[in-house]
Design a binder for this molecule. Structure first.
Ligand code: RIB
Length: 328
């Protein structure tokens, strides 16, 4: 099979001219264009997707779009992506979306203009992903699964098992009045964790009790007040993530509750803050660094024309610290 360089030589033009004729990306002198098309026809040259991508002057940029860089889960994820990208000769361009579809689409357009080699995205918007159809780069979704669309792969944790582990741990620590701070149910990670909580409640015959909550520290402060008002006898709290766990701890201690003696708290994620904070937060750890590196490896492998795994699920792990206390 002739290469793009051999076609250029036979047609007496540059490889870039051949690429322009193939991709129609710029005007080419008609006489030259006819020469190139004649040689393509005679040699049976077929541009492969990889050559096409390379002739798009791939920028070696991997775009990353996350909802909230203030949440250490996402900044730690971005750090892992950047390190893996750098190790492989790529650069990372980090974009913050605040879960705003317009911002997500604006950043995707920018990455298209920059000829990004791939996009790693955390989004809960089907609409945004549907709009990816006409872009030229592979998309890997991280952390949040959406209905079947255009991503080439998803990398996430086993959030369902994480919900079960958190609930079981509070039961094993003697909690009899557990309340779950239910993360945003339009997001698969929160939905799966709550399903895990529900199934353990059924298994142990305990009442489901919950407060709708989000994933941010500020929302956690507000929802902690709502929780203690609605459930004054609570003795175990499953926070939607570590940032919320920290905000619940702050609210309850300001009200004079002793943690973990009176109320026990477990978070989710195992962000670095969860062990820097005093007391150190008991949590369900997601392998944030592994998730970031895997998503980056998928983009690079895909660009190199290798096969990739579409579904990538990592185990989670209980990290017992100071906001829970086993009895006995
Ligand atoms: O802390 C941010 C949350 O959003 C994490 O729990 C992560 O799983 C994502 O869903």
């Amino acid at each position: 099979m002739a290469s793009i360089r051999e076609v250029a030589k036979l047609a007496g033009v540059s490889p870039a001219t051949v690429s322009r004729v193939i991709n129609g990306t710029a005007n080419v002198d008609d006489e030259k264009k006819q020469r190139v098309l004649k040689v393509i026809n005679e040699t049976g040259f077929r541009p492969n997707e990889l050559a096409r991508a390379l002739f798009k002057q791939s920028s070696k940029i991997i775009g990353v779009i996350v909802p909230n860089i203030e949440n250490p889960f996402f900044s730690e994820l971005a750090k892992a992506i950047e390190e893996e990208a750098y190790e492989n000769g790529y650069k990372m361009l980090l974009c913050n979306s605040n879960n705003n579809e317009e911002k997500e689409l604006m950043n995707i357009h920018m990455l298209n203009q920059l000829k990004a080699d791939g996009l790693i995205m955390v989004t809960d918007s089907n609409n945004t992903i549907k709009n990816l159809e006409d872009n030229g780069f592979p998309v890997v979704l991280v952390d949040r699964k959406l209905s079947k669309i255009n991503e080439i792969a998803i990398v996430e944790s086993d959030n369902y098992s994480g919900g079960k582990i958190a609930t079981k741990h509070l039961i094993e620590c003697g909690c009899k009045n557990i309340v779950c701070m239910k993360g945003p149910q339009n997001i698969s990670s929160a939905k799966q964790r709550y399903l895990g909580y529900q199934d353990i409640c059924k298994e142990y015959g305990i009442k489901e009790q919950y407060i709708e909550c989000g994933y941010s520290y500020d929302i956690g402060l507000i929802k902690a007040e709502e929780l203690i008002t609605k459930y004054p006898d609570v003795d175990g709290i499953i926070a939607s993530n570590d940032m919320v766990a920290i905000s619940v701890y702050k609210t309850l201690t300001q009200k004079g509750y002793n943690i973990p003696e009176y109320i026990q708290i477990i978070g989710f994620d195992n962000i670095k803050f969860s062990c820097l904070f005093t007391p150190e937060i008991t949590t369900v750890a997601q392998p944030i660094t592994k998730i970031g590196k895997k998503a980056t490896q998928i983009i690079i492998q895909y660009r190199d024309g290798h096969n990739i795994e579409r579904e990538n699920i990592f185990d989670v792990e209980l990290i017992e610290r100071q906001t829970t206390k086993r009895k006995g």
